[in-house]
Design a protein around this ligand. Sequence first.
Ligand code: HEM
Length: 131
Amino acid sequence: MCRMKQEPSPKPDIGGRAEIETLVNTFYQRVRSDDMLNFIFESVAQTNWQTHLPKMYAFWETVLFRSGGYTGSPLAVHAKLAPLTAMGREQFDRWLLLFQGTVDDLFAGENAEHIKNCAADMAKVIHSRIN
Ligand code: HEM
């Protein structure tokens, strides 16, 4: 059979920790090649990626499966950044575009839809509280 004619294999859903790590790693790779957002992480927050990435695995695992053990306060962290740099509509729109685009490129299904909706809701809340 001609392989060219086969449908591309369907994307998996986000099933657990392994997929969350893939999603987070891919998303922050894209953030780091985006000038607008990378500036905030590298120059303003001076992010330590070795600690930030595991924190974000825990965060999203907690959001999606209630098992990640995340106990931080995202609102407070972003509120501290807001006076130091531009954290407006443009930045949040870009963040969400990259996040949802990463989900869609890698995954499809109920959890993929749910994590995109959670990200959109939280972006809205964080943006409105810090501006
Ligand atoms: C303009 C958009 C955003 C920017 C520029 C941004 C940037 C950052 C930065 C610089 C940090 C600190 C990293 C460090 O420790 O150095 C951070 C932490 C974090 N961000 Fe965002 N962020 C954005 C939107 C969001 C959204 C929409 C969410 C949630 C869906 C989110 C979730 C988090 C979480 C959970 C942390 C870790 C907080 C903690 O330390 O416990 N961020 N973000």
